[in-house]
Design a protein around this ligand. Structure first.
Ligand SMILES: CC(=O)N[C@H]1[C@@H](OP(=O)(O)OP(=O)(O)OC[C@H]2O[C@@H](n3ccc(=O)[nH]c3=O)[C@H](O)[C@@H]2O)O[C@H](CO)[C@@H](O)[C@@H]1O
Ligand SMILES: C=C(OP(=O)(O)O)C(=O)O
Length: 417
């Protein structure tokens, strides 16, 4: 088994550049299925979720060529193959195949998605949207089958603010006849990124980034060239790591506006953050104050940084309360942090962190992607060596993690154990 080994206790220092956003990349790649000519996607992160998606598109018959961080995808010859099992179960974002194939072919058979195990992750709002556009939806042996004679624009109110449902409906609606209105839409930057691509392909989309999105479909979408926005979760992870190790790090190639919820909470703790055009310099001398944090849809504090932030709070003075309003069960990192000397417990959907406890190296397991990020930060803070199992979860979302952290002076390596 491969383990990530970290010899901690050193402040991080230097400059680190953020890669393209995972949650955009895994929507943009299936979106290319909607176009009749090649699409070029730039600033693509080299992470396992993206690699799996490249393979899935090849399995459909697409020509996919990678040149460094640039991917050219020609989907003109794809065949609509049912995908009830296999690779689609390895990642969450395989659900975007439903919207993309429904838009392109009027039919899709896609297995229920995988991704981080954060408790129940239903897709009822995606289905509600597809049905409103005219699709018939049935369950077949663990897969969802969608079929539509014709997709017609509709007004769809989402009962839950959902990133996945908003994007999936945008994908299908981009090829539907007439106008679709999504109300109570999610407002994440990745939604604007996908809307930008679909607009460049020929759909008309207004309001992405607000909670009402209007889409006028076009049955004749064409390929285009698109560069992915920076990964605000990767950026936030490195900002938190800088503060957690008492270091001084400039995180570059980010959009400071996207980082505001994170910057605000770090400043509230006592971390110094200076803003540049496309960079943030984080100086974390401490002492830090404990804070209360509640995760919310964007522009609230992101659930994907809840776990890394919890690690940092083990360093803060007093008690901190971390409430996850998106995923009530996203606390599998808590017991692992306990093994490293942290003093914290879960009450309902809140982690109660009693701060000021130094961490020490231990053998721990990453159960999901951001639990892994939380443990990497803990390993960087801890005295001694930390061994992290389950490192494949981390590889889903962080490009060149070790290399990037090494440039900041961290000591970490992989071992087969
Ligand atoms: C690939 C990707 O982009 N993943 C992100 C996406 O996941 P994902 O798209 O799965 O998350 P959603 O925004 O859909 O989920 C938000 C909340 O709505 C609920 N819900 C969602 C859909 C639905 O049909 N019914 C329903 O009840 C979910 O259980 C959750 O409690 O947004 C999450 C919330 O920011 C992030 O943590 C994930 O990193
Ligand atoms: C939960 C996450 O990813 P996914 O939705 O792909 O499982 C994440 O990126 O933190």
């Amino acid at each position: 088994m491969e383990k990530l080994m970290i010899k901690g206790g050193k402040p991080l220092s230097g400059e680190i550049s953020v890669s393209g956003a995972k949650n955009s990349a895994v929507a943009l790649i299936p979106a290319t299925l909607l176009g009749g000519s090649p699409t070029v996607i730039e600033n693509l992160p080299q992470i396992s979720d993206v690699e799996i998606y490249e393979e899935i598109l090849r399995d459909f018959g697409a020509t996919v060529t990678r040149d460094s961080d640039c991917l050219t995808i020609d989907t003109s010859c794809v065949i609509n193959t049912p995908m009830p099992n296999g690779k689609v179960k390895k990642l969450r974002a395989s659900y975007y195949l439903m919207g993309a194939l429904l838009g392109r072919f009027g039919e899709a058979t896609v297995g229920l998605p995988g991704g981080c195990n954060l408790g129940p992750r239903p897709i009822d709002q995606h289905i509600k949207g597809f049905e409103a556009l005219g699709a018939e939806v049935s369950h077949r042996n663990g897969a969802i089958h969608l079929w539509a004679k014709k997709l017609t624009g509709a007004r769809i109110y989402l009962d839950v603010v959902s990133v996945g449902a908003t994007i999936n409906i945008m994908l299908a609606a981009s090829r539907a006849e007439g106008r679709t209105i999504i109300e109570n839409a999610a407002k994440e930057p990745e939604i604007i990124d996908v809307a930008t691509l679909l607009t460049a392909m020929g759909a008309r989309i207004h309001g992405a980034g607000t909670d009402v999105i209007r889409i006028v479909g076009n049955s004749d979408l064409m390929g285009c060239r698109h560069s992915i926005i920076p990964d605000r979760i990767e950026a936030g992870t490195y900002m938190i790591a800088a503060a957690a190790t008492g270091g001084e790090v400039t995180v570059t190639n980010l959009i400071p506006k996207h980082m505001e919820p994170v910057t605000a909470k770090l400043r509230e703790m006592g971390v110094t953050i200076d803003e540049g055009d496309e960079a943030l310099r984080v100086r974390g001398m401490g002492p830090y104050q404990g804070i209360d944090v509640k995760t919310l849809p964007y522009p609230g504090f992101p659930t994907d940084l809840q776990q890394p932030l919890t690690t940092l709070l083990t360093r803060a003075e007093g008690t901190s309360l971390v409430t996850d309003n998106i995923y009530a069960a996203r606390f599998k990192h808590v017991d692992e942090l306990g093994r490293m000397g942290a003093y914290l417990r879960v009450e309902g959907r809140t982690a109660v962190v009693e701060g000021g406890t130094p961490l020490h190296g231990a053998q721990v397991r990453a159960t999901d992607l951001r639990a892994g990020a939380a443990l990497v930060i803990a390993g960087l803070m801890a005295e001694g060596v930390t061994e992290i199992a389950g490192v494949e979860h981390v590889d889903r979302g962080y490009e060149n993690l070790e290399e990037k952290l090494r440039t900041l002076g961290a000591e970490l390596w992989r071992e087969q154990k």
